[in-house]
Design a protein around this ligand. Structure first.
Ligand code: ADP
Length: 483
């Protein structure tokens, strides 16, 4: 990997401001999914190293919380500046370990950095309240304080931004954070730690531990010093972590799976809808939790939409994300590939048809052809489960009531999208969709200013925006008597 700052690629964990190996000396390999090349190794740390990081966080957090928000913001701002200064190197590391096209990786670094910038400022606006008293000799005051030492477990699909979205508000609020990045993509996390140190973040406030998910996760969820756990990943693992956190009554933020509906009404601007579908469905090769998973298209425009979308999807360039013009990288691993194959196979076995794609890509490895499927119905697997791959299943619908019922027929409730130019319908449908986020006439909704999060089994809490920092704060009520 050609890096301008070679020291951004670190092969050790970062605990209490020190770079270290696992106590056991064991390591795990990190693989480039596009080439199979071994990029390096990271320590296979476990519970003992996690405990040390938590203890360091406990100590460091006290003086961090005692600083003013402006002092904390100055350090976070430097961290943001360093991320943007080294955007290309960070994106190279990201593409190498994750597979997404380099341009998308650069976009992720800017998106990731934006959370640090935004929350550095937002930390200055953690306001409390005074409440009109109920008795003449009392005064009622509400203040907000950092929750303490927080743990974070992050996924591989956004190896940078899913970290900053948690670390930004946590640190700005005056908390410490112990992070376990995804096993497949630890280098992006460790590079962030290099830059945090360079920005002047005191030791112990942001530790990064690579290694065994179950051991690290087990310690994070059972250790009483951890006041809060923030997790982004599958609903399945979210349930395990929630269960494990019960004994110590932790606060939880969970960003879990989705099953996003993407609805195209007869009155939509079809070209705009096709563009929205490309962004929403095929970004990161379909591996985002807000990716359109079920595309509902109204009868009158179904054939036209299918033809337009298939033409664009069929022309997408697939390959190594470091090559010019590549729009679709590989899937993260063979398990992901198997799921995509299973979903497509199930549609084809049950009467659906291919408009384009439909098999492994000639490039081999975990590359899969960008695919559009027609004739999909609600009894197929792809309707119920998140595919997390470059497959757009098109489902035909008759009317508004019909499509709202189908859209809400899932245990998930993260992102949803629809395209219409009728103002009445826009309000009706936006309000009726049981989702935490609704994109209207757009396939791209995520930014640091807006609250990201889901309802139902898609999770708890919100990230980004003024609401995102609340997840890292406790409310304290002070009752002054004898006045
Ligand atoms: P994905 O399907 O995106 O890989 P996972 O939920 O499996 O989602 O993984 C998300 C994160 O959770 C990763 O960092 C992974 O290593 C971690 N993880 C997986 N299983 C556990 C577990 N039992 N305890 C703690 N962390 C886990």
């Amino acid at each position: 990997m050609e890096l301008q700052r070679k020291d951004l690629l670190r092969q050790q964990a970062y605990i209490d401001g020190r770079w270290c190996d696992a106590d056991s000396g064991k390591t795990a390999e990190v693989i480039n999914p596009a080439t199979g090349e071994i990029l390096g190794t990271v320590p296979m740390a476990g519970a003992a190293e996690t405990r040390r990081a938590i203890e360091a966080g406990r100590v460091a957090q006290k003086s961090w919380a005692a600083k003013t928000a402006k002092e904390r913001a100055a350090i976070l701002r430097r961290w943001f500046d360093l991320m943007m200064k080294h955007q290309d190197d960070l994106a190279r590391i990201l593409t190498a370990e994750q597979g997404k096209p380099f341009a998308e990786a650069k976009g992720e670094i800017a998106y990731g950095a934006s959370f640090i910038e935004w929350f550095a400022e937002e930390g200055k606006r953690i306001y409390g309240d005074t409440i009109p008293q109920h008795q003449a000799d009392k005064r009622l005051i509400v203040i907000k304080q950092p929750i303490g030492v927080c743990a974070a477990i992050t996924p591989w699909n956004f190896p940078n931004a899913m970290i900053t979205r948690k670390a930004g508000p946590a640190l700005a609020a005056g908390c410490a954070m112990v992070l376990k990045p995804a096993t497949q993509t630890p280098f992006s996390a460790l590079a962030l730690a290099v830059l945090a140190e360079e920005a002047g973040l005191p030791a112990g406030l942001f530790s990064v531990i690579t290694g065994s998910s179950t051991e690290i996760g087990g310690e994070m969820t059972s250790n009483p010093t951890i006041a809060k756990l923030s997790f982004t990943g599958s609903t399945e693992v979210g349930r395990i972590l929630m269960r494990q956190s019960a004994d110590t009554i932790k606060k939880l933020s969970l960003e879990l799976g989705g099953n996003a509906p993407f609805i195209v009404f007869d009155d939509a601007d079809l070209d705009q809808a096709v563009e929205g579908a490309l962004i929403s469905k095929f970004r990161n090769t379909g591996q985002t939790c807000v990716c359109a998973n079920r595309l509902f298209v109204q009868e009158g425009v179904y054939d036209a939409f299918a033809a337009k979308l298939a033409a664009k999807v069929g022309a997408m360039k697939v390959g190594n994300g470091m090559e010019d013009g590549v729009q679709q990288g590989p899937l993260i691993d063979t398990k992901a590939l198997a799921k995509v194959e299973e979903h497509v196979g199930d549609v084809l076995a049950n009467g659906g048809a291919l408009a384009t794609g439909g098999k492994r890509h000639a490039l081999g490895r975990t590359f899969y052809e960008p695919t559009v499927l027609t004739g999909v119905t609600r009894d197929m697997k792809i309707f119920r489960e998140e595919t997390f791959g470059p497959v757009a299943p098109l489902i035909k619908f008759k009317d508004e009531a019909d499509v709202i019922a189908m859209s809400n027929d899932t245990e998930f409730g993260l992102a949803s999208y629809f395209f219409s130019r009728d103002i009445g319908r826009i309000f009706r449908v936006a309000e009726a969709l049981e989702y935490g986020m609704v994109g209207v006439n757009t396939g791209l909704i995520s930014n640091e200013l807006a609250p990201f999060g889901g309802v139902k089994q898609s999770g708890l809490g919100r990230e980004g925006s003024k609401y995102g920092i609340e997840d890292y704060l406790e409310i304290k009520y002070i009752c002054l008597g004898g006045i």
